[in-house]
Design a protein around this ligand. Structure first.
Ligand code: ADP
Ligand code: ZN
Length: 436
């Protein structure tokens, strides 16, 4: 296969050269960080007052971690490292887990970010000839403008559709023969169901690729999207603290997400001991920005869980790969003492042929015990006929879940379209247990 590439000099850089570049950029980053009151204080605590105090890349280990709470405390401008007039844009996180955080960008920062997104897009085999419909929210959320700028740089025809309004999305896709879309995986599944309702088949669309991200999803969900639409779906990982999309992306080989190591230093740590973990072990992703001047971040604890994929990707890029994100460390549910990740439940559900495109995990309290209820949509035709079939299906789903998560949930079966759909990130867990 001819490997499509945007910036061969950087994407195929030898490890040694890449690390030299990282070190030079780390020193720049510390120089910028020292301009903020927040990092001046933090770095002084570890005896670092000058970028020359860093003598090698290994010294990164001596730098303090930065947490989401630190960002919230520094809100709104405690982490701004340039004069306010040099900043040209700000973005905030979606606030999935609390108060939002803010990240500022200079013109140069936006230019770097755009380059990273362009690399990601081209790595999937998309080209300037594609028509790109961006179905994520335009606004403070980074998925809209982030992908938009990158796609324009590649030269695609960009349709800034933003999120929601499924009828209009379909109309745009048909009128302009959209070939590539960007959306959350949950929204694409919803879109597919909506096409069915309107009697539109995939042959009437020109779609060939999707970029999916912004929320945890399983390999089974990706496969489902690929099969339903007859396309390739590429996992895209990013977070507003690290610009947004463009941090890590799958290439045509879909063997994990290449993380651009000229722009970020990646560490995987044990979230309890804060010690680095060896390749292959799952832990918290920690990242240091290397190119961002307006809001440099050192060893930012993302709370996202993943591991490094070993070996080399057939595409030849040396930038290491992250495995699919398992979820956030704070996503983990404790059900009667057993640890359960929502992604494990999704993995089981999406393998079951009768299961439709939407589900919800509900937690309740029954006396002193937790009760786990998995609500899932199934195909409409299953509701017609023998009720015993539904009982059997409920039992089968319950058993499959029990063998995966060690807890047997109650299973509720729902008609297609009856569970809530969100326009942005899907809300998969409803925890109704009282706090105390
Ligand atoms: P918030 O943290 O408020 O949701 P963001 O909009 O910055 O704000 O979202 C970034 C988060 O979304 C990541 O930290 C991660 O938890 C999740 N995320 C983004 N892309 C993916 C992906 N491809 N797979 C799983 N989770 C993802
Ligand atoms: Zn690759």
């Amino acid at each position: 296969m001819n490997v499509p590439v945007w910036n061969p000099a950087v994407e195929f850089m030898e490890r040694e050269a890449l690390e030299r570049l990282q070190f030079a950029n780390l020193r720049n980053t510390v120089t910028w960080a020292l301009k903020t009151p927040f990092y001046r204080r933090r770095l002084a605590e570890v005896g670092m007052t000058h970028p020359e105090d860093l003598t090698s890349l290994r010294d990164l280990r001596n730098l303090p971690y930065t947490t989401k709470d630190d960002l919230r405390e520094a809100y709104p401008d405690g982490l701004l490292a340039v004069e306010p007039e040099q900043a040209v844009r700000l973005h905030t996180s979606s606030g999935t887990t609390g108060m939002p955080t803010v990240i500022y960008h200079t013109r140069r920062d936006i230019d770097h970010w755009t380059e990273l997104v362009a690399r990601c897009i081209v790595a999937t085999g998309a080209t300037a000839r594609d028509v790109f419909q961006n179905m994520t929210n335009y606004g403070l959320f980074t998925g809209g403008l982030g992908l938009h700028y990158g796609a324009e740089r590649v030269g695609m025809l960009v349709i800034p559709a933003s999120s929601g309004n499924t009828g209009r999305q379909v109309q745009l896709m048909r009128n302009f023969q959209t070939t590539v879309v960007h959306a959350t995986p949950s929204y694409l599944l919803h879109l597919h169901a909506a096409l069915g309702d309107e009697g539109i088949t995939r042959e009437q669309l020109s779609l060939r690729k999707a970029f999916i991200g912004a929320e945890p999803h399983s390999e089974q969900t990706r496969r489902k999207i690929e099969t339903l639409f007859g396309i390739q779906a590429y996992n895209s990982y990013g977070l507003s603290e690290m610009n947004g999309p463009g941090v890590a992306f799958e290439c045509v080989y879909q063997t994990g997400l290449h993380l651009w190591e000229d722009a970020y230093i990646l560490e995987i740590i044990d979230p309890r001991t804060l010690q680095p973990l060896p390749e292959g072990e799952t832990g918290e992703i920690v990242m240091t920005t290397l190119q961002r001047q307006a809001t440099p971040l050192l060893r930012y604890r993302t709370r996202d869980l993943s591991h490094l994929v070993g070996g080399n990707c057939p595409c030849g890029r040396g930038h290491r790969r992250l495995a699919r994100i398992k979820g956030r460390s704070d996503d983990m549910l404790i059900v009667n003492g057993v640890n359960v990740f929502p992604s494990q439940i999704e993995d089981v559900l999406m393998k079951i042929p009768e299961v439709g495109t939407n589900y919800l995990i509900q937690l309740e309290k029954r006396g002193s015990l937790d009760r786990l209820v998995v609500k899932t949509e199934i195909y409409a035709k299953l509701f017609i006929g023998d009720p015993q079939t539904l009982d059997d299906l409920r039992e089968r789903i319950g058993e499959l879940l029990r063998s995966a998560i060690l807890v047997k949930p109650a299973v509720d079966l729902h008609e297609p379209g009856s569970l809530p759909v969100s326009e942005g990130k899907a809300k998969r867990v409803l925890d109704l247990r009282p706090a105390f």
